[in-house]
Design a binder for this molecule. Sequence first.
Ligand code: GLY
Ligand code: MN
Length: 490
Amino acid sequence: MADKNVSAPRATSNRSTVPVSDTFKQFISSEWAEHTESEPRPREQAEWAAARRARVSALYAGKRLIIPAGAAKVRSNDTDYAYRAHSAFSHLTGWAGDTVAGSVLVLEPTEEGHTATLYFRKAAGRDSDEFYANPEIGEFWTGPRPSLTHVATDLGLLTADLAEFGRVLDSVDSGTIILRDGDRDLTDQIDGRRLLAADADSLENDADTEFARDLSELRLVKDAYEIEQMRRAVAATKKGFDDVIADRDAIIAHERGERLVEGTFNRRARAEGNAAGYDTIAASGPHACILHWTRNDGPVVPGDLILMDAGIELDSLYTADITRTLPVNGVFAETQRLVYEAVLEAADAAFAIVRPGIRFREIHATAMAVIAAKTAEWGFLPVSAEESMKPENQFHRRYMVHGTSHHLGLDVHDCAQARRDLYLDGVLEPGMVFTIEPGLYFQPDDLTVPEEFRGIGVRIEDNILVTEAGAENLSVGIPRTADDVEAWLR
Ligand code: GLY
Ligand code: MN
């Protein structure tokens, strides 16, 4: 990876028209005004990130810790996917949407704890050809990069040029731990160095796996900065839903109305934040029964419901994850309303039990009791709701195969490496943020339900903060009762 710091243009040399004469090189290297940068000041997140690093440091005394932001991922040839730093890197540095690709945070062990240094590719001088001839990283191509001193003040970290990362590689020993999925290439290099430093038998990656787990668990309880970001992400997401509703006529008129839903939402996401936090699900009519319908190439037809699952990821990289199911023509038909209100009842029942001290999985169990009761009442189950709830039965899950809740934050499915003991079987604490998102999905070809139910899919998803006193629904301001949804559409 450090090698990548050497200017390494990808397969573009066969197409390059950049002049190579010395005359040109001399000319383009000269007569540039001094580079000016805005006065750096520490960003708000810096002190929170420092506190998070201190917790990691306390857990890993004497260990060298490497947390890569990750490199840009190639889409094809010299075209990359949109860059996004690894969430753990962002959590521990405060560097978010403006991270320089390929950066690496290193926590070097000291007597007192760790020294944190952020390595990133500093701008190439105008005396190199990188800045104009390297489409991958040259500043002429990808824009200016901040200086080491600027980032040091901005993030409150020691900084060093990525070109010096070799000194970290040279000191790698069997006590070095890396966040493996941060950067696979760098991980391969570290593995190679560790192999040299230890006998092969002792080289298992258990420590790396535990490290990824610990960093994931570190995010289970959000700090005040993060909670504020979640509020803002939800507020931005509400605007995205409002935009879609305002565009309803154009969406209905277009043969690929679902694409317009996605586009309208994503327009707001790019305007207000970094991006959509995950691929928007714009699932109209029976597409709503496909849980992760992201192809979004169908029409939006009056008389159907449209299930829209979308969240805006802010520049800080915190994302909301909201689902609303809307009647396209503005009014729920009778069966649609019946299903909608059953799902809402499940969501409300689940929310009602949320408070510190309960177990995370009780939320799902509570929602499922309502789903079982409703589907039994409608005669869809071969047994009673009570029988269906038994672990060996679970007939009602045919109509809702997904879970009710997941943690939410920097990742839409946040804290995914956390141990079951702390996640699914974990006890709620103030500061946790997660979704409550029950649904009912009656597939168009499901012979266990009457025809009028077939093709109806409803999910209602809110973002919940656990408070000292109980819980707050952060997305309660986005209409969620059937009547409020109809009023919203009017
Ligand atoms: N919003 C998509 C999901 O939670 O899987
Ligand atoms: Mn979700």
